[in-house]
Write a protein that binds this ligand. Structure first.
Ligand SMILES: [Fe+2]
Ligand SMILES: [Fe+2]
Length: 190
């Protein structure tokens, strides 16, 4: 199992709780990007045999996207522009070129993003229990699914090359620990 090397900064949760409408818009985009990322992974020859599983993830992410959009609608929050996440950009920027290298790195980035989402959704489910029970239930309902995505991406990388996956996972966990410490002025999930 994945062990992050840095804790989520203490300022993250209060900032998110104080800005739930913008966080929900950011979350909608996060699910949209998760769906497209899963489909993008199908461009790699190494993952041709996994196309059905990747489509299944994309469909689930699209369903999550729809669920967040429904919450936005019920709450009268307009679906707005996405903000760029320095954390996600920082991870994706380090994907190496080259057939096998690229697919392993890409899968590891997806693993870390899904892993942190899973962790943060659980934190939100607990923190929102009395503050906003509807959202608390919603976040709790996503935890298992994001956990499965995280495990699927990690196993896909491992099955391609277990040694390379371990080496790169270690590299990315160090990078992630640095990136999560960077201050982000925007209230975002990542
Ligand atoms: Fe999702
Ligand atoms: Fe996911």
């Amino acid at each position: 199992m994945l062990l992050f090397r840095e804790k989520i900064p203490a300022e993250w949760l209060p900032k998110v709780l104080a800005n739930l409408p913008s966080v929900l818009v950011d979350h909608a985009h996060l699910e949209r990007k998760a769906a497209t990322t899963s489909i993008n992974l199908e461009k790699y020859r190494d993952l041709f045999p996994r196309v059905d599983e990747l489509n299944a993830i994309a469909i689930e992410e699209l369903q999550h996207f729809q669920l967040v959009l429904a919450i936005l609608k019920r709450r009268g929050i307009p679906f707005g522009q996405p903000q760029k996440s320095p954390w996600i950009t920082g991870l994706m920027k380090s994907i190496r070129n080259g057939v096998r290298h690229q697919v392993i790195d890409h899968l590891i980035c997806c693993t870390l993003i899904e892993g942190r989402s899973c962790e943060k959704f659980q934190i939100l489910a607990d923190a929102l229990k009395t503050l906003d029970p509807e959202l608390a239930t919603f976040y709790a309902s996503l935890v298992e699914s994001e956990g499965n995505h995280y495990a699927t991406y990690y196993l896909m990388a491992k099955e391609l090359d277990a040694t390379e996956t371990q080496t790169r996972l270690s590299f990315y966990l160090d990078l992630e620990a640095e990136l999560i410490r960077l201050p982000n002025p925007f209230p975002m999930l990542h």
